[in-house]
Design a protein around this ligand. Sequence first.
Ligand code: TYD
Length: 139
Amino acid sequence: MNKQVNHIAKFIHLPKIEDERGNLTYIEEENQIPFRIQRVYWIYDVPGGESRGSHAFRATEELIIPLSGSFDVILHDGEKSQKYQLNRSYIGLYIPKMIYWSLDNFSTNSLALILASTNYSVNDYIRDFNVFLKLCEKS
Ligand code: TYD
């Protein structure tokens, strides 16, 4: 029997213009991104063995794109955990709000570009995993 996998996050394939001179990928908010981009940040110079994230957002949606190198994204939706490897600069991972996530296993010189639907707000963060689980139970 085929077991349907219920994915927490969704891959978004961005346009890729292949060229002998080098490939090109672009983003148009209205055409590829399921939210209004309010903020862009990037994570780089990650020392070997380090991880980033370990939080959920109450309201923020994000798209994570591995512009260079590779890393893993570990997600939890309050019930189950899933791990995705990102290693193509034209494939991003869309993470809805209220998903606990962390990034690890960064390759040398990796660069994670993150598009976010909100401005930075410390109040949007849920860092305590047990608090996150409790909030998931209530909703
Ligand atoms: P944070 O999101 O906590 O990174 P991580 O969860 O990977 O450790 O951000 C680290 C610091 O950067 C924190 O002090 C807040 C600051 N920050 C901003 O000022 N603006 C931003 O858009 C982001 C993402 C972080």
